[in-house]
Every structure is written in structure tokens, then in C-alpha cells.
Design a protein around this ligand. Structure first.
Ligand SMILES: CC(C)(COP(=O)(O)OP(=O)(O)OC[C@H]1O[C@@H](n2cnc3c(N)ncnc32)[C@H](O)[C@@H]1OP(=O)(O)O)[C@@H](O)C(=O)NCCC(=O)NCCS
Length: 207
């Protein structure tokens, strides 16, 4: 199977959102909201299109990684970092190295573009094999001072994170509060634009 990794055009947006829905549907909650997050990211001023990538085979989009600018607030001021999310691969194409390829190639692009470090909240069993370490390693916490296994970082430049200890902030516009009734109402409405999938309560859902 030939996989092409390339940058994203506006014409790809809807198909990326559909693929994201398939990748996350019923995974962490009944249904999902990640395709709604992706839809909002396109217009976000902090979205970094120059290093966000998709994977395709025979012109079918099978994976994506999207980057957003974030910051660590240190004692000296604000230190710019990146986060990504979602990173996802179409369920029919998972475990074929596509997620890894998207990650490695985009991280190299980020390094070449002089970004210093990446902080994410993601699957704690997946990212360490690509060199991610829990954020406490670098002395970086969430805004409320907490750390947890899913909160991880990667230094694109040597010691870039460990020399900028502080609190990590993401753009508020990307908040996904599934306990907020208004947010869920907007999500339901938004989801009507995408192929129907049945919501299921499944073991392992944590949101
Ligand atoms: C997580 C994900 C992006 C990985 O992409 P992928 O192309 O399937 O993975 P790769 O082929 O690059 O890597 C496969 C390896 O990762 C592991 N892996 C895949 N998905 C994993 C997951 N959710 N948790 C832990 N490990 C995972 C596989 O077991 C395999 O391990 P091995 O190399 O030791 O055999 C993809 O499975 C996905 O989209 N999952 C659903 C959405 C999601 O959870 N995204 C991440 C949010 S932080």
C-alpha cells in the first residue's frame, strides 16, 4: 500500500472531518466530538497549517495530524510551544505505521521551522515510543498545577522545555466541554452534516 503524506488544502477539510469522525466514534464516549474540534481548528488563528499533514492512499484520506500554537507561562514570561490533536488514522488503516509516519514527518517539519517543543494530552502508551516523556520530566504542569501520564512533551531543540518550566495553556476556543449542554447541542447540530453512525455505550469510554 502506497501512502502519501502531504500538506492539507481547504478542499480536504470535509473529508478529514469525516475520517476523524470514523476514527473516534464511540472510542472515548458514545459518539465523539473530535470532528467538531477539527472543524473549529481550521479557522483558529493559532492553527499551524505549515506543519499539519494528512496521509492518503489512492486519493482516500486515511490519517491526519493538526498542530496548534500554545504556550508555557514561565517565571520569565511566555514560551511558545506546539500541541497537536487530533492525530488519527481511519480504523480500516490503523496499525500499518501511518500514525507513526504522520508524527515523525510533522515533528521533523516542526524542527525545521524552528519550533522548540511539543506538549500534548494523548494516549500514554502510544507516544513514548516516539520519544515523548511525561511533562513533569520538564517541570511543566497543566494550568491548575497538575500532571498525569497522558500529559507529555517532546523537545524539538535540546533542553527547550526543561529550560522553560511553567504552566501549559491551550487556546480556550478549543475547549471541548461535553458536560456543557450548549456545547452538546451545537455538536448534535453539527454532526447532522456527516454520515450517520450509531452511538454506543462501550467499555473503556472515559469521557
Ligand atoms: C493512535 C493512532 C493515531 C495510531 O496510529 P496507527 O497508524 O494506528 O499506529 P502505528 O501503525 O503508527 O503504530 C502502531 C503501534 O502503535 C500501537 N497503538 C496503536 N494505537 C494505539 C493506542 N490507541 N494506544 C496505544 N498503542 C497504540 C500499536 O499497538 C502498535 O504497536 P507496536 O508498534 O508495538 O506493534 C490510531 O490508532 C488512531 O487513530 N486511533 C484512534 C484515535 C486516537 O486514539 N488518536 C490518538 C489520540 S491522542
Amino acid at each position: 500500500m502506497d501512502i502519501t503524506i502531504r500538506k492539507i488544502n481547504i478542499e480536504d477539510h470535509y473529508n478529514i472531518e469525516c475520517m476523524t469522525k470514523r476514527a473516534f466514534w464511540n472510542l472515548n464516549m458514545p459518539g465523539c466530538d473530535e470532528h467538531y474540534l477539527v472543524h473549529r481548528i481550521w479557522n483558529e488563528p493559532d492553527y499551524v497549517s505549515s506543519i499539519s499533514l494528512l496521509a492518503e492512499t489512492e486519493e482516500i484520506i486515511v490519517g491526519v495530524i493538526l498542530y496548534t500554537k500554545c504556550k508555557v507561562v514561565t517565571e520569565r514570561g511566555e514560551f511558545p510551544v506546539l500541541t497537536f490533536g487530533p492525530l488519527c488514522v481511519d480504523p480500516e488503516y490503523q496499525n500499518k505505521g501511518i500514525g507513526g509516519k504522520l508524527l515523525v514527518e510533522s515533528m521533523e517539519l516542526a524542527r525545521q521551522n524552528n519550533y522548540k517543543g511539543i506538549l500534548i494530552c494523548g494516549v500514554p502508551t502510544y507516544y513514548p515510543k516516539f520519544g515523548f516523556k511525561t511533562a513533569d520530566t520538564f517541570g511543566i504542569t497543566m494550568p491548575d498545577g497538575s500532571n498525569f501520564d497522558a500529559f507529555m512533551g517532546y523537545e524539538l531543540q535540546e533542553n527547550a522545555l526543561s529550560e522553560n518550566k511553567g504552566k501549559f495553556y491551550e487556546p480556550e476556543s478549543l475547549d471541548c466541554d461535553i458536560h456543557d449542554e450548549e456545547y452538546m447541542r451545537r455538536l448534535e447540530e453539527f454532526d447532522k452534516n456527516y454520515p450517520y453512525m450509531e452511538k454506543k455505550v462501550l467499555p473503556g469510554q472515559w469521557r
